[in-house]
Write a protein that binds this ligand. Structure first.
Ligand SMILES: CC(C)(COP(=O)(O)OP(=O)(O)OC[C@H]1O[C@@H](n2cnc3c(N)ncnc32)[C@H](O)[C@@H]1OP(=O)(O)O)[C@@H](O)C(=O)NCCC(=O)NCCS
Length: 178
């Protein structure tokens, strides 16, 4: 149903287009934070040409992370997905994941398939202990997808904005195989 593909450098222009698209980025709007390049009114994030090269080098096929375009069965690029591995305070290897589907392609099952593929790629033996994602409960699609894949809520945090709690979901491979 979907395939992950490593983008080439020139395709970072498409990522820039998405990050500058208020419809695509509306889920990210309204955070009471000050980050350079973050636009609170729209949720958009600057991704100018001068930062793309370094970003690409670090993220695409990176040492502790990766980033892909998501293609549908007709090989149309419909979204993007990524992970980054960190060691938590208990020494667990935790993969923080994320993905977005372009608004034109939502509600077709592509989001579920995308997160399922992220989990499949991270599940290879010994790779990570835990897969984690954090988002607001108002993101109904994200909540349904993570619960369907076996993730469970482990924490609710005021996070960046006390008026907008964020729930952390985890999928622990060790407990699944027990
Ligand atoms: C969350 C997101 C990835 C879902 O993508 P999608 O392709 O629309 O999801 P699917 O079509 O696979 O739907 C999965 C489930 O969520 C439900 N769903 C999706 N969007 C929904 C919405 N806006 N309201 C209610 N239910 C929704 C679907 O009905 C489906 O439920 P079901 O399996 O019980 O029938 C997409 O909305 C998105 O990119 N949002 C912005 C970024 C984001 O929140 N990413 C996730 C956290 S990192």
């Amino acid at each position: 149903m979907i395939e992950f593909r490593a983008p080439n450098r020139a395709e970072m222009a498409l990522r820039q287009e998405w990050l500058a698209d208020p419809e695509f980025m509306s889920y990210n709007a309204g955070w009471a934070v000050e980050f350079a390049g973050y636009h609170r009114d729209t949720g958009c994030v600057d991704f100018p040409p001068e930062v793309r090269g370094v970003w690409y080098h670090v993220w695409v096929g990176g040492v502790d992370r990766d980033y892909w375009f998501v293609e549908d069965a007709r090989q149309h690029i419909v979204g993007h997905a990524h992970y980054r591995i960190e060691i938590d305070e208990d020494g667990r290897r935790v993969a923080e994941i994320g993905a977005s589907i372009h608004p034109d392609h939502r509600r077709r099952g592509l989001g579920l398939a995308t997160f399922a593929e992220l989990v499949r790629r991270l599940k290879s033996p010994g790779r990570v202990d835990v897969v984690r994602n954090s988002f607001e409960e108002t993101r109904t699609g994200a909540v349904r997808i993570h619960l369907a894949l076996g993730f469970r809520p482990v924490d609710v945090d005021a996070g960046l904005d006390s008026g907008r709690p964020v729930t952390t979901y985890e999928l622990a491979f060790g407990s699944l195989s027990a």
